[in-house]
Design a protein around this ligand. Sequence first.
Ligand SMILES: Cc1cc2nc3c(=O)[nH]c(=O)nc-3n(C[C@H](O)[C@H](O)[C@H](O)COP(=O)(O)OP(=O)(O)OC[C@H]3O[C@@H](n4cnc5c(N)ncnc54)[C@H](O)[C@@H]3O)c2cc1C
Length: 455
Amino acid sequence: MIKVVVIGGGPGGNRAASRAASLGAHVTLVERDIVGGAAHLWDCIPSKAMIATAGALNFSRRMGGLGFSPATRPREIDYEALRDRIGVVSSRLQSSVEELLTSQGVRILRCEARLAGPHTVVVGAEDGSQEELEADAIVVATGSRPRVPDWASPDGERVLTTRQAYPPPELPEHLVVVGSGVTGVEFVHMFSSIGSKVSLIVSRQHVLPHKDAEVAAALEDELLRRGVQLFKGARAQSVERSSDGIAVHCDDGRTVRGSHVLLAVGSVPNSDRLGLENAGAQVDKWGYVTVNHHCQTSVPHIYAAGDVSGKLPLSSVASMQGRKIAEHIMGLHTREHRHIDYDKAASAVFTEPEIADVGLAEAEAFAGGRKIRVTKVPFGSSARALINDDSRGFVKIISDPATGVVLGGCIVGSQASELISVIALAVTVGLKVTDVVESCLVHPSLAEALADAAE
Ligand SMILES: Cc1cc2nc3c(=O)[nH]c(=O)nc-3n(C[C@H](O)[C@H](O)[C@H](O)COP(=O)(O)OP(=O)(O)OC[C@H]3O[C@@H](n4cnc5c(N)ncnc54)[C@H](O)[C@@H]3O)c2cc1C
């Protein structure tokens, strides 16, 4: 029986463990925190649980348009109940992953692991004892942690990393967010919705620098409408803490004052102290484990999945890598096996309006001199959007003018993170715009806007 040891129980690790066990491997999963990983404990799940509450509150503010009188609308959240709710959602998901793995016969060890050699993983218990696990294949899925810039010292009170904000000890009166990528703007959305004043330090000229400019502009309009202050073209370079607040000093001479500061400036891989050098597996200059298209490291039977592999830092991608790794270990890659095409991974920004995209972007096509057809439809012409009293946003579809094949798309608006699945499927399997147009969709539905945009 093939012996597999997986280090890290996040989406990459638990998926690899589950799939390998289902294919007949003897699997041990070593996790030092919780099975489910940072994704369940700090990142995707708690942030989206908090955003669900923020969304409900925002919805209640718009209920006048649906015929409710102001007196019947909730106005504020119960901060303690919110904290409890986040914990409940995370622990339910953790239990369901653990139950699945246990039912598949995966041995789960709760401790720190490191590699002692190409086939040996050493695990340590709290009492100081150690166990050596021999493996035919090893999966490193240790994730990443928030990057802390050298000019800041998070204290969990006023100077916060993203892991100290679900929610922080008290609702910030005025939160200053440093970093305007996906994580930064999601926190801006959460806190500006639940009652904090929010300022955002944007180092470039617009938020979400890697997204479609039109998409970023739509989000900025919404944030400004909500009273969020944007400090554009400013790089934070120091933070000062006093008894009742913080001051962030920027390189252009501006100082942004608030009650709390949240650092959302990227992540670093958990590849240090793992003993990768004992096994001969290489990392790049940033510490990401170097992998090929099968997620194999420089040592073929050692694999890396998820954030530590330096590909797209998304749970969905980590999970897909875990699945593919398990199939490769078990020899299934010789059958109907497709490599992961990272350019076709769908992603979403859970702000309001939501943003989602997949595949080729307009700017990328222009930069590469590629001819594309761009079609766009606003939700203002969608019956369902009008019924829901929320017609913000649009759908944009990018296709090949010669063949009609859908190459990419982006959506801004309610439920964009769900609707993008249709375009993602089209991009992945190579559907044409006519395939989307000729699908007889539900009426009235937001998805109809996709067919209209493909027309
Ligand atoms: C605020 C925030 C929100 C996010 N929201 C989303 C989202 O909505 N959707 C999305 O797709 N992605 C989201 N992401 C990204 C997503 O969380 C990561 O891409 C995903 O968690 C990566 O999964 P992973 O398996 O690589 O590792 P992780 O989830 O980071 O898990 C790694 C695990 O390995 C364990 N570990 C590390 N070292 C060792 C060791 N030596 N021994 C034993 N165990 C070890 C850790 O304890 C951890 O549990 C978000 C990220 C952040 C920061």
